[in-house]
Design a protein around this ligand. Structure first.
Ligand SMILES: CC(C)(COP(=O)(O)OP(=O)(O)OC[C@H]1O[C@@H](n2cnc3c(N)ncnc32)[C@H](O)[C@@H]1OP(=O)(O)O)[C@@H](O)C(=O)NCCC(=O)NCCS
Length: 206
């Protein structure tokens, strides 16, 4: 079985951007759910800025991706666009990517609240493991640029009809302030507990 490496993406990974957006689009179609559409240029830009997390096999085949972006003058950071190549699902890759994106978010924006929008049970489970809580949209960023990203989702008319208070996605949030009471995350323990289903999934993060 192939070894899968999960790491922060770099500019050279831009060659995978087209494949990533194609898979985002066809997975959304298959699920029949909404998704904020992304262009290959946008995805490649995130990689160049060091805001992407990519999973590749040791032979260089694309396996998965997600990216982070800050909003509201860096008060918030969203983890978005999670996608795993269907040939590699169920091996814990999404979890390894989300853990890495979380760590990248904390490293790049240490005091920002981390959040995501999702309709997916798997993603909710992973977020829960990372310590996120479900929240109403009023707790998320009010940065118009973030919400504009939902404009390409089929459910956007629902979001606007509800004055952005809620929609079909669940908002989940992690506030670093909570660490004052709970203490910082023990990543060794979390990784041990996470048990990425497949021992050939390796996270490289410094
Ligand atoms: C959602 C997606 C990213 C999951 O990728 P994956 O690599 O197969 O997920 P993982 O193997 O890391 O599984 C994560 C968790 O979900 C669980 N899970 C897997 N398949 C599941 C299913 N069909 N229903 C419920 N839970 C499931 C796993 O058991 C694991 O939890 P556990 O560790 O507690 O057992 C992938 O299916 C995908 O790309 N889907 C299309 C795009 C999408 O939905 N993106 C999310 C947008 S918010």
């Amino acid at each position: 079985m192939d070894t899968i490496i999960v790491r922060v993406a770099e500019e050279k990974d831009g060659k995978y951007a087209q494949e990533i957006v194609d898979e985002m689009a066809s997975s959304a179609k298959a699920r029949g759910t909404g998704i904020a559409k992304r262009t290959p240029e946008y995805v490649a830009g995130k990689m160049k800025e060091g805001k992407g997390v990519i999973a590749l096999t040791d032979k260089g085949q694309w396996v998965g991706f997600c990216y982070i972006e800050s909003w509201g003058h860096e008060k918030f950071v969203a983890n978005s666009g999670l996608i795993v190549n269907p040939d590699f699902r169920g091996r814990g890759v999404a979890k390894a990517i989300k853990f890495t994106a979380f760590r990248l978010s904390r490293k790049k924006f240490p005091s920002a609240k981390i959040f995501g929008l999702t309709t997916g049970l798997q993603v909710m489970k992973i977020n829960n493991e990372l310590g996120y809580s479900p929240v109403p949209f009023s707790e998320l960023t009010d940065d118009d640029e973030f919400w504009k990203g939902c404009g390409s989702c089929v459910n956007f008319p629902i979001l606007t009809s509800k004055n952005r208070k809620n929609c079909l996605c669940t908002g989940m949030l992690y506030d670093p302030e909570w660490e004052k009471e709970r203490g910082p995350k023990d990543w060794d323990k979390l990784y041990e507990k996470a048990n990425f289903a497949d021992k050939n999934v390796i996270v490289e993060f410094e």
